[in-house]
Design a protein around this ligand. Structure first.
Ligand SMILES: [Zn+2]
Length: 301
């Protein structure tokens, strides 16, 4: 697991759901589950500007750097604010993903989970959105392609919200198979048309785990298998949990565990077990902590 204390310093108000308490909730359940004693923990390094430019418009990245306030809060998009230490947190969040790619590609770890914030999957090529500044998983994918020459990367996103930023960044890049399941109609309301390598899976409010598992088993798993990824990346969002009021899905820990274990089987089959996952949403703190444990167990065991 990769994280950094600075990911707790991105604070934009006590009533904002994307709060430092999310990481505390995960750590709490890591200890309670005893996974804490088993897994290797590493401190992230910051992503460089050059690494961010792999996935984002240079002028956009530079504008985020230039927007950081010395005090107070600057709003880049609705609900998407920078505080004085938010950029630092965002650089560690993206940097954790880069480090995770290095660890699995160099055989130093088989799977890596990045317990980081701010999240990333709503951040588009040149736009902050939905609590996200830099698209952490897109930086990971681009870095893996640039640094290790990978040509087939599967990116799986099971957050309750569509991974519009990831779709936007990879829409014309056939090296990435992007699979996003999400509540629809719902924020961000801009699901693209999808294409051969962008597999959008919209589902209605009230979706339960059996419907979720059946849809993913029918529509994604055979295509990921046929794609034969050289690396599996996961945008792990847990706001699709039954207890999470940010969305209206009815998933529970066993559903996250099931999908994670299915992805693990595909990773074993195609890419020597290489999985990098990063935290996206998940705002009901108790459910978030339990769900992350189920997810980590799914990709590890
Ligand atoms: Zn979400």
């Amino acid at each position: 697991m990769i994280s950094h204390p600075s990911c707790g310093f991105h604070e934009v108000g006590d009533d904002h759901p994307e709060s430092p308490n999310r990481l505390h909730a995960i750590n709490d359940q890591l200890i309670a589950s005893r996974l804490d004693a088993i897994i290797d923990k590493q401190q992230a390094t910051q992503a460089t500007k050059e690494q961010l430019y792999l996935a984002h418009d240079k002028a956009y990245v530079d504008s985020v750097f230039a927007s950081v306030p010395e005090q107070g809060i600057v709003e880049l998009a609705p609900d998407t604010q920078l505080g004085p230490r938010s950029l630092e947190a965002a650089l560690y969040a993206a940097g954790a993903n880069v480090m995770a790619v290095d660890l699995v590609m160099q055989g130093k770890a088989q799977q890596a989970f990045c317990a980081v914030r701010p999240p990333g999957h709503h951040a588009e090529y040149a736009k902050a959105m939905g609590f996200c500044f830099f698209n952490n998983i897109a930086v990971a994918a681009h870095y893996a392609m640039a640094q290790y020459g990978l040509e087939r990367i599967a990116v799986i996103d099971f957050d309750v919200h569509h991974g519009n930023g990831t779709e936007n960044i990879f829409f014309d890049d056939e090296r990435v198979l992007f699979c996003s399941s999400f509540e629809s109609p719902f924020f961000p309301y801009n699901m693209g048309p999808g294409n051969e390598h962008i597999l959008n899976l919209p589902m209605p409010a009230g979706t339960y785990g059996d419907e979720f598992m059946q849809a993913i088993g029918d529509k994604w798993l055979p295509k990921i298998d046929a794609f034969a990824p050289q690396l599996i990346l996961i945008s792990a969002g847990f706001d699709s949990h039954y207890e999470d009021d940010m969305g209206h899905f009815n998933l529970v820990e066993t559903d996250f565990h099931w999908l994670s274990a299915e992805l693990k089987k595909l990773a074993v089959k195609h890419c020597d077990n290489k999985i990098v996952a990063t935290l996206e949403g998940g705002y009901a703190l108790n459910a978030l902590g339990r769900s992350v444990i189920a997810h980590i167990k799914g990709i590890m065991e």
